[in-house]
Design a protein around this ligand. Structure first.
Ligand code: ATP
Length: 381
């Protein structure tokens, strides 16, 4: 969203912001989950996520739900009091609203444009779980796209399609993705329309991203609270308005989990089970592994030389322990798309190496002089 586009700028705002930011946004009053306590085992559960009225741990009767604020609180300064409460941000989004004017005045953006950031958010989740699907500390990637009122629905559709294509462009199967429009009774207070992009996890459909039409709700709320004018002057058309906002809000950890689950594969190869993570090359932790055929004083220096040649350009790993077959499998298991093998022919005759492909296990021989280009072509291919 940021590097490949001219209409979006990135920021890196602080995690602890002025507490009034969260009053204006509505989080202090209404960022809550309904919490029910079991009358028998005293465990607490989020009642809106339960499928029955009984406690999922012991079957006991549950109390009436109480609303519980999800923001973590702490204090500025050494003395704890009601006048120095601050919150760990529960989303990255509000910074883009309070920095709106700053960005308009310091970058050359003109509406329509977006402000994006990626970073940690914190929520005091009652029931974290499903591995990294729901945690109390997680990484979000959010963007606020400011547009002229009246163009918001078109931009909402645009960002839903853009986000779905982003996931499939990085390898998620379309059959495991769906877009679910929110019903009127699920819409958050700030939203005129929201759609979730969901992935079919082993335990069922789960949200990866929500794309919301937040209207002018947030900017107006901050204008009211701060008394600062956050309207925008549209010079070519000589008019002033408070922009509407479309927000794609994505969880980086959840997305990474979906990529992992979807890439995982097991297959039979020569009466043996091969585990392979079929990651798209752009998200594989390592793109290239450099492997001497064996740990041998004739091969190691050359293999190290080859590693030095490619490590500044790709994310790489060097490994010379155990048999070459075991090392190929290890790279398959962590999803490395390409392995480069240095063998005796490399040092004795042809100054060439073998590139082995993770998915097909096919091997091609290429001269070391053309290796960097050959690797790039294979990764792009
Ligand atoms: P949920 O309904 O699952 O609690 P949410 O609708 O409250 O999520 P949003 O406020 O829309 O989530 O946040 C945007 C994205 O941030 C979500 O789509 C999700 O990917 C991610 N996210 C939210 N809460 C968590 C969490 N506790 N752990 C990991 N990721 C999260």
């Amino acid at each position: 969203m940021v590097r490949d586009r001219e209409d979006v700028v990135g920021i890196d705002a602080s995690i602890l912001m002025h507490p009034d930011v969260w009053v204006a946004s509505g989080h202090v009053d209404s960022f809550t989950d309904p919490l029910a306590e079991c009358k028998e085992c005293h465990r607490r559960h989020r009642s809106d996520l339960l499928e029955t009225d009984a406690c999922p741990d012991c079957g006991g009767e549950l109390s009436d739900p109480r609303h519980f604020n999800l923001m973590f609180r702490t204090h500025i300064g050494p003395v704890e009091g009601d006048d120095n409460i601050v919150y760990l941000r529960p989303e990255t989004a509000q910074a883009m609203f309070v920095d709106f004017d700053n960005v308009v005045n310091s970058s050359r953006v003109r509406i329509p444009f977006g402000i994006a950031q990626q970073g940690k958010s914190f929520r005091n989740e009652i029931t974290p779980g499903n591995f990294t699907f729901r945690t109390r500390e997680f990484e979000q990637m959010e963007m606020e796209y400011f547009c002229e009122p009246g163009t918001d629905e078109e931009w909402h559709r645009y960002w839903i399609d853009f986000s779905s294509d982003w996931f499939t462009g990085l390898g998620l199967r379309r059959s495991k993705l769906r877009v679910r429009e929110h019903q009127a009774d699920e819409l958050p207070h700030y939203s005129k329309g929201s759609a979730d992009i969901e992935f079919l996890f082993p335990w069922g459909w789960g949200e990866l991203e929500t794309i919301s039409n937040r209207t002018d709700y947030d900017l107006k709320a901050h204008i009211e609270k701060s008394g600062k004018d956050l309207s925008y002057y549209d010079q070519p058309n000589n008019k002033r308005y408070v922009p509407y906002v479309v927000e794609p809000a994505m969880g980086a950890d959840r997305s990474a989990l979906a990529f992992l689950v979807d890439a995982y594969d097991e297959e039979e190869v020569n009466d043996d089970k091969r585990v392979v993570l079929r990651f798209h090359p752009s998200i594989a932790p390592y793109q290239v592994a450099i492997l001497p055929l064996s740990r041998n004083p004739k091969l190691t220096p050359k293999a190290r030389e080859v590693h030095d040649l490619v490590r500044s350009r790709f994310s790489t790993q060097y490994d010379e322990t155990q048999s070459i077959g075991r090392r190929y499998r290890r790279q398959d298991e962590i999803g490395t798309p390409l392995c480069v093998t240095v063998d005796f022919e490399t040092v004795e005759s042809d100054d060439a190496v073998t590139i082995r492909h993770r998915d097909t296990m096919d091997q091609v021989r290429v001269p070391i002089s053309g290796l960097r280009q050959a690797l790039q072509d294979q990764l792009d291919g």
